[in-house]
Design a protein around this ligand. Structure first.
Ligand code: ATP
Ligand code: MG
Ligand code: MG
Length: 348
């Protein structure tokens, strides 16, 4: 088969490579780290850094198509790749890796983000708080994940002592939500869009802890509007592959939180819980193949992340024969680090 290139070497790349292998493809993982957990299950390709133009050119020469498994890949070096080679395209990556660009873009398509303001310094933060009030959350515009690079600001006075990082920030009003959920879709090059059932997502300490399908009725009531927005986002970006939008379910309908131009942790349940997983459909989409059925394969599904030392006693997790255990092969279990996940299907 042909070779698929994956930018990024984390667990999402690893699971993409496993789905690709099932369809007869070979994968090469491109990452600055020498032995990534993704490269362990396919071919690795080490670069000196994301701006290593010679390494990127050599990597690209090997690949029929290139995709990415995390959104913080610098966009500029990717301009050297042919337009058709990178899927999803560079524009999708560019929009989704900057919270300000992302919220502005989605707002322009009729979406409703939390009220937000760009912040570049202490005076800007004071101005944002004067306009939007507290409580609110200050976030780095780029590079944040799992709640990293965020500060909750409960009172205007609390902002005074903050030691602001020297990078562009965004301040958002705190959303009073009833639940969180995500819309996970796959769009083929011909515009065909499939949605998976929307999981309800519970976070702990800013990190996804559990995704549950089906979501509570109050979430389900907001899925149609959220899907319509997600489909507009995908079409406007001429998007190919899996796209995820995170939402807050509120008394006034869905509030857009953020998007990820990739397969998503809240879609891991689809490996066993859907007819076709997010990983397989992403590979199908970028390879120009027809998309598989996204419907639920059980009455319900629960996916729990194994964070920090939660994966430590994994034989005990396997003692329950209903558990589908996924371990990512990470060497060191640090607090807050995603080490694996467990999926359980409800059969009736
Ligand atoms: P991810 O790992 O999903 O990429 P992230 O680091 O990009 O996470 P966010 O999704 O912005 O972070 O925020 C993490 C969590 O913090 C959200 O899922 C939500 O629980 C909470 N949160 C973030 N922004 C807000 C907000 N404006 N109002 C209320 N809660 C929020
Ligand atoms: Mg994020
Ligand atoms: Mg998030």
């Amino acid at each position: 088969g042909e070779t698929i290139g994956i930018l990024g070497g984390g667990q999402l790349g690893r699971m993409l490579a496993m789905a690709a292998a099932q369809l007869g493809y070979r994968c090469h993982v491109y990452a600055p780290e020498a032995d990534s957990i993704a490269a362990e299950v396919c071919g690795g390709f080490t670069c000196a850094g994301w701006d290593d133009a010679a390494a990127l050119a050599a990597f690209a020469a090997d690949c029929a198509v290139i995709t990415y498994e995390f959104e913080n890949v610098p966009v500029a070096p990717l301009a050297a790749l042919g337009e058709a080679l990178l899927l999803p395209n560079r524009r999708a990556l560019e929009v989704a890796q900057d919270r300000l660009a992302e919220k502005t873009f989605v707002h322009g398509l009729g979406g409703r983000p939390a009220p937000f303001a760009a912040v570049d310094d202490a005076a800007g933060l004071a101005a944002a708080i004067a306009t939007l009030g507290t409580p609110g959350i200050l976030k780095t515009r780029r590079d944040g994940y799992d709640g990293k690079g965020q500060w909750r600001i409960m009172t205007p006075a609390a902002a005074d002592g903050l030691d602001l990082p020297d990078q562009p920030l965004i301040y958002e009003g705190f959303v009073t939500f009833r639940a969180e959920f995500s819309v996970i879709l796959c769009r083929a090059a011909d515009g065909d869009i499939r949605f998976w059932d929307s999981p309800e997502n519970a976070h702990a300490g800013g990190i996804l802890a559990r995704s549950t399908v089906p979501a509570a009725p109050l979430v389900q009531a907001e899925v149609a509007a959220a899907r319509a927005l997600a489909a507009r986002v995908a079409a406007a970006l001429d998007y190919v592959g899996v796209l995820t939008l995170e939402f807050f379910a509120t008394a006034d309908g869905p509030v857009f939180n953020e998007m990820a131009p990739r397969v998503h942790n809240s879609g891991h349940w689809t490996i066993e819980g859907a007819i076709t997983s997010q990983f397989e459909n992403h590979i199908r989409a970028i390879c120009g193949l027809p998309l598989g059925d996204t419907r639920l394969a059980a009455a319900g599904v629960v996916m729990d992340n194994l964070i920090g030392d939660a994966a430590h006693d994994w034989p005990a997790l396997l003692a329950d024969p209903a558990n589908h255990l996924h371990l990512y092969g990470k060497a060191a279990a640090r607090p807050g680090r995603k080490m694996g996940h467990v999926t359980r299907l409800m059969l009736d």
